[in-house]
Every structure is written in structure tokens, then in C-alpha cells.
Design a protein around this ligand. Structure first.
Ligand code: NAD
Length: 347
């Protein structure tokens, strides 16, 4: 039985992880620490809270006293650190809040873990600090280059990815300097339930259903690797379940989409649904597909984002080799599942 502190558990990934974990490990103790910024939504976990299966604490990862008290009060042995400012566009406008939460917050978490778990240089057996990082720390990848691995150099392009890179270094430094039993994972772009509609996939689906422009940065030829959030949780479970302190893992699907093609694909999926089910016309009357046109007609190109990386991709060979996990790669089927969720009021 484990006792987890999950930071950012009301966010997109954190909430999916807490729900995954709660379904799989019913006897584990799960404490969520979340500041409930614009990106957090406590109702994502309200059923688990009501059943007494999750303890929800509203608070800031930069508050060392609070984090220390939670580690002690709930006798935490596993920290899964998701909390972050996570939207690149926002980091271009306001980098300071990214440095505060992602850098200062991570160092605060590391220090609190050390204070709780390390006595006279000896670490309590079985504890783990897992830090959730991103593929974006590696910067842009050439279209014909091999995917990034765990040893690829860091070349972050945005204030967001630079702050995540700094947080990774601080966690590793905690391991090298103090012996912190950490793991770090870099994941590809996720999609799934509860994702904030500022992110590409939910943004495009929401706008298409409302008949609003589907704005694509630049030529739309940026390429991203996509993984369902459920498969990300499967990978994190495998990492936490393996005795691999001090290791870093890349979590990818091998499924890459050019942004424009991804949006076109979403439009085609929506068009097909309106053809198959005429009742959708009444529910989403402003969607072009309700009027017999294609959602593709909404696609509009706008000026590119500054510092916009052309491609990210990750090599998950190490993850499969060391943890034995195999991730599902049927992204199209998982996108259909997301559409089901969003079109039946989940969003
Ligand atoms: P999100 O923005 O949806 O959620 C972040 C959560 O952290 C929110 O609930 C927010 O309230 C909380 N939070 C923010 N500042 C806080 C603070 N100071 N103290 C406590 N809580 C705070 O983000 P996400 O998409 O769920 O991403 C979670 C983590 O996964 C991030 O570290 C991100 O870098 C990483 N990641 C995300 C993706 C992706 O595709 N979404 C991919 C790879 C890595």
C-alpha cells in the first residue's frame, strides 16, 4: 500500500492520474495538493472526495511549510509532482508565474521531501519523488531526425519549457547532491478528458462545434507526437512500480501528426458524426456540419507563435526495456472516445 501526494491533481493530467490510481489501487492513500488556478477544477475529483478516497488540499507548492506538514501528517511515501503553469502561449506573455511555480515550486517540493524523508543523510527506504516533465525541454527536432532520447541535450525555446528544464535540473541536483530517490518522465503531447480548452485538441473541437474559426499558427506544419492521457498514466504507474530511482524516461507513442492534418482529421471525424446522427444538428446548430458543410471551412491561418518549435518526438525504448510496459498507440480510436466525452457534456 502506498501513500501518495499528488501535486496539481485538479489539472488535466493530475486529475486523470488520480482517477486512474484510485481505480487501480483502491487501498492507497491519495492526497491532492492544488492551488486551483484557472487550470484546476476540483469537481474533476468530487466523486472520489465524496467517497473519502481522496484528501483534497487547496494550497501552493511554493508553500514549504504546508508541503512539509502534509508529508508528515499523511506519512507520504510517494510524491507525483504535476503542478505547473503549463501553457506555452501564457508563458510568452507572463514568464514570471512560470518561474515561480515551475522552478521555485519544484525546489520547495524537493526540499520538503528531503526534510521529511532523510535523517542524517539516510533516506527512508521505499520513498520516491516522481517529477512530471515534458518533451519540450529538448527544443525543436528536425523533421528527418531520430526522436529524442533520455540523453538528448536540453534546448528549451519558450519560457514554459525553460522553466520545466530548470525544474528537471533541480530534481536531478537533489538526487546528486542529497541522494533524493527521484524519477523524471518526459511525455509527448497528451489528450483526453478534462483538458483545458486552451490546448489544441479541445480548443479545435469546442470551436468547431460552436462554428468559430479554427486558428492555426503559421503554416500549420509543426509536427507533434500524441499520446492519450490514459496511456501516460499507465507509463507513470510502470515507472513508480519499478525500482529505478535516479532514472529518466521518455514516454511517447510514436504517433506523430502535423498540426494542420490533426485539425483536418478532427474536422473529418466531426463531419462523419453529423452525417451519421442528424440529431447533432439540433444540439450543435452553429457547427458547419449541421448545415451540411465541412468543419474544415473554419480553418484559418494566423501569424505563427514566436519560438514555435517545428517538431517534438520521443524514443520510448528505455521505458519499454526497463519497466516492460507497452503503450497503446491507437490514437484515432482514443480521439473518437474523447469526442464521445466532449459531445455528451463532459467538457
Ligand atoms: P494543467 O495546466 O492542466 O494543470 C496544472 C495544475 O497545477 C492545475 O490544477 C493548477 O491549479 C495546478 N497548479 C498550478 N500552479 C500551482 C501551484 N503553485 N501550486 C499548486 N498547484 C498549482 O497542466 P497539465 O496539462 O495537467 O500538465 C501537468 C504537468 O504535466 C505539467 O508539469 C506539464 O509540464 C506536464 N506535461 C503536460 C503534457 C500535456 O500534454 N498536457 C505533456 C507533457 C508534460
Amino acid at each position: 500500500m502506498r501513500r501518495l501526494l499528488v501535486t496539481g491533481g485538479a489539472g488535466f493530467l493530475g486529475a486523470n492520474f488520480v482517477r486512474y490510481w484510485g481505480a487501480r489501487y483502491r487501498d492507497d492513500v491519495v492526497v491532492v495538493l492544488d492551488a486551483l488556478t484557472y487550470a484546476g477544477d476540483r469537481s474533476r475529483l468530487s466523486d472520489l472526495e465524496a467517497e473519502g478516497r481522496v484528501v483534497f488540499v487547496v494550497g501552493d507548492v511554493c508553500d514549504g511549510e504546508l508541503v512539509s506538514s502534509l508529508l508528515t501528517q499523511y506519512d507520504i511515501d510517494t510524491i507525483v509532482h504535476f503542478a505547473a503553469e503549463s501553457h506555452v502561449d501564457r508563458s510568452i506573455v507572463d514568464g514570471v508565474s512560470f518561474v515561480r511555480t515551475n522552478v521555485l515550486g519544484t525546489q520547495t517540493m524537493v526540499d520538503a521531501a528531503r526534510a521529511a524523508w532523510c535523517t542524517n543523510g539516510a533516506w527512508r527506504p521505499g520513498v520516491r519523488f516522481h517529477h512530471v516533465s515534458t518533451d519540450e525541454v529538448y527544443g525543436p527536432l528536425a523533421h528527418d531526425a531520430a526522436p529524442f532520447t533520455e540523453t538528448s541535450p536540453y534546448r528549451p525555446s519558450s519560457p514554459y519549457s525553460a522553466s520545466k528544464a530548470a525544474s528537471d535540473h533541480l530534481v536531478r541536483a537533489g538526487g546528486i547532491t542529497h541522494g533524493l530517490p527521484y524519477t523524471i518522465s518526459h511525455c509527448a503531447n497528451n489528450f483526453g478528458p478534462f483538458q483545458h480548452p486552451e490546448k489544441l485538441i479541445p480548443l479545435m473541437i469546442t470551436r468547431a462545434l460552436r462554428g468559430e474559426p479554427l486558428t492555426i499558427y503559421g503554416d500549420g506544419q509543426q509536427r507533434r507526437e500524441w499520446l492519450s492521457v490514459h496511456e501516460h498514466c499507465v507509463a507513470l504507474d510502470a515507472i513508480l512500480g519499478t525500482d529505478v530511482a535516479g532514472e529518466t524516461f521518455c514516454i511517447g507513442s510514436g504517433v506523430e501528426f502535423v498540426n494542420l492534418e490533426l485539425v483536418q482529421h478532427l474536422c473529418d471525424m466531426l463531419d462523419a458524426r453529423f452525417t451519421a446522427d442528424v440529431s447533432l444538428r439540433d444540439r450543435f446548430p452553429r457547427c458547419p456540419a449541421a448545415l451540411g458543410a465541412s468543419c474544415r471551412t473554419l480553418i484559418t491561418h494566423v501569424a505563427d507563435r514566436p519560438g514555435h518549435d517545428r517538431r517534438y518526438a520521443l524514443d520510448s525504448t528505455k521505458l519499454a526495456r526497463i519497466t516492460g510496459v507497452t503503450l497503446r498507440r491507437d490514437v484515432s480510436a482514443e480521439l473518437e472516445g474523447l469526442l464521445d466525452w466532449m459531445m455528451t457534456g463532459g467538457a
